[in-house]
Write a protein that binds this ligand. Structure first.
Ligand code: MN
Ligand code: MN
Length: 298
């Protein structure tokens, strides 16, 4: 490939990221409006995921709708009847175009704790202001931690931001939400998501009951017809996360278990704040530049 072809290809990739980001900004805004006391979680998830497709993108993962002490990886089931109460609701939404992913999150507070939402948002903005090629991610951890503790809350220590790559929604570098001994230096052209979580609890999440989100992790052969049918159905998602409610194959629960045991798929259990306290989240995806960054999900 000569230099001109390389420049053309890079430009095309940047356009895919920015287009995914623009779609996502509109979807975040409209989906957040749907989050109201009494509204159905499943309706909100379907609204957002359908809007992504209507706008010309694909969901990079199922819309996460995590309430109160849930920090991440909650999404409605196919027959979900849950409605929102006076909850702290995190919407985490992803759009991809040809595998180039934009990732964003917003907290819609129906619980009457706006300052907890402000803490996560202020931490995200402070980190974004600091990003440029050459900054160490450890500095971002300090900025996020100091901003959230300045509001009187704690960052969630064991959740982090991350890099993004084609069809991979979690790759290095890790962007810590707390001070760490050694980070890594950000480089021009990296696409990263920064996602502070703030809590009035202790600041750690652990895996809770309930799994609705999976991704493909292996190609080991499996004989069971129902399991093979699912492998066929999840092919379009490649290695990206998908929701059980997206699938129509028969004997779904049993076959999913078989696939998990055989090492074909892996699950994302719901992550909950260990003391059961409220969690807020804010997230944007950005491209690292020499003197700063461009946020693609505004
Ligand atoms: Mn996210
Ligand atoms: Mn993310």
């Amino acid at each position: 490939m000569d230099e001109n072809e390389l420049i053309k290809e890079i430009k095309e990739i940047v356009t895919k990221y920015t287009t995914a980001g623009k779609i996502l900004a509109r979807v975040r805004k409209e989906t957040a409006k749907q989050v109201q006391v009494g509204a159905s979680l499943l309706d909100v998830a379907n609204f957002g995921e359908n809007m992504i497709r209507k706008e010309g993108g694909e969901p990079a993962f199922p819309i996460n709708i995590s309430c109160n002490e849930e920090a991440a990886h909650a999404t409605p089931t196919k027959e979900d009847t849950d409605v929102f109460g006076e909850d702290m609701v995190k919407l985490d939404i992803g759009v991809h175009i040809d595998g180039y992913i934009a990732d964003t999150a917003i907290t819609v507070d129906l619980s009457g704790h706006p300052e907890l939402v402000d803490a996560a948002e202020a931490a995200l903005e402070a980190a974004i202001q600091a990003v440029h090629a050459g900054i160490n991610t450890a500095e971002l951890g300090v900025i996020i931690n100091d901003t959230i503790t300045g509001f009187g809350y704690k960052p969630v220590a064991n959740l982090t931001g991350h890099g993004l790559a084609q069809y991979m929604q979690h790759v290095p570098p890790t962007i810590p939400n707390i001070p760490v001994d050694s980070g890594v230096v950000l480089e021009v052209g990296q696409v990263v998501a920064i996602e502070p979580f703030a809590t009035d609890g202790r600041g750690y999440v652990s895996e809770g009951a309930g799994t609705e989100i999976y991704n493909k992790v292996g190609n080991k052969p499996i004989r069971a017809p129902a399991a093979r049918a699912i492998l066929k159905e999840i092919e379009p998602f490649k290695t990206l996360p998908f929701a059980k409610r997206w699938l129509n194959s028969k004997h779904l629960d049993f076959a999913m278990l078989q696939l998990e045991k055989n090492g074909n798929i892996s699950s994302y259990p719901v992550l909950k704040e260990e003391t059961g306290k409220l969690v807020s989240q804010a997230e944007h995806t950005l491209m690292v530049e020499e003197d700063g960054c461009t946020v693609i999900t505004r």
